[in-house]
Design a protein around this ligand. Structure first.
Ligand SMILES: [Zn+2]
Length: 58
Protein backbone atom coordinates (compact mmCIF):
# COMPACT_ATOMS: atom_id res chain seq x y z
CA UNK A 1 0.00 0.00 0.00
CA UNK A 2 1.11 3.51 -0.75
CA UNK A 3 -0.58 6.85 -0.37
CA UNK A 4 -1.54 8.79 -3.46
CA UNK A 5 0.30 12.09 -3.54
CA UNK A 6 -2.79 13.96 -4.74
CA UNK A 7 -5.71 12.62 -2.74
CA UNK A 8 -3.77 10.68 -0.08
CA UNK A 9 -5.93 7.60 -0.57
CA UNK A 10 -4.06 4.44 0.28
CA UNK A 11 -4.03 2.36 -2.89
CA UNK A 12 -2.29 -0.92 -3.73
CA UNK A 13 -0.92 0.56 -6.95
CA UNK A 14 0.31 4.02 -7.74
CA UNK A 15 1.13 5.32 -11.20
CA UNK A 16 4.15 7.56 -11.71
CA UNK A 17 3.35 10.78 -13.54
CA UNK A 18 5.73 13.47 -14.65
CA UNK A 19 4.92 16.55 -12.62
CA UNK A 20 5.82 20.04 -13.84
CA UNK A 21 8.06 20.64 -10.89
CA UNK A 22 11.31 22.34 -11.73
CA UNK A 23 13.56 23.38 -8.92
CA UNK A 24 17.06 22.64 -7.70
CA UNK A 25 16.01 19.29 -6.30
CA UNK A 26 14.24 18.20 -9.48
CA UNK A 27 15.86 19.93 -12.48
CA UNK A 28 14.28 17.41 -14.86
CA UNK A 29 10.84 17.55 -13.26
CA UNK A 30 9.61 15.20 -10.59
CA UNK A 31 7.68 11.98 -10.71
CA UNK A 32 4.69 11.79 -8.44
CA UNK A 33 2.82 8.67 -7.49
CA UNK A 34 -0.91 9.01 -8.10
CA UNK A 35 -3.69 6.47 -7.76
CA UNK A 36 -5.86 5.09 -10.54
CA UNK A 37 -8.70 7.44 -9.60
CA UNK A 38 -6.58 10.58 -9.86
CA UNK A 39 -4.95 9.31 -13.04
CA UNK A 40 -8.37 8.88 -14.65
CA UNK A 41 -9.52 12.30 -13.46
CA UNK A 42 -6.40 13.94 -14.82
CA UNK A 43 -6.86 12.18 -18.13
CA UNK A 44 -10.44 13.47 -18.37
CA UNK A 45 -9.43 16.99 -17.39
CA UNK A 46 -6.67 16.97 -19.99
CA UNK A 47 -9.00 15.82 -22.75
CA UNK A 48 -11.66 18.37 -21.82
CA UNK A 49 -9.09 21.12 -22.06
CA UNK A 50 -6.86 20.00 -24.92
CA UNK A 51 -8.88 17.35 -26.69
CA UNK A 52 -7.80 13.74 -27.17
CA UNK A 53 -4.11 13.15 -27.16
CA UNK A 54 -2.71 12.40 -30.65
CA UNK A 55 -1.17 9.14 -29.50
CA UNK A 56 -4.59 7.93 -28.37
CA UNK A 57 -5.75 7.68 -32.01
CA UNK A 58 -5.61 4.22 -33.48
ZN1 LIG B 1 -5.36 9.81 -5.83
Amino acid sequence: MADCELCTRARPTLFPIKAPVHNLSYPEGAYKGVCDICLENMEKAWQERFGPKPEAKK
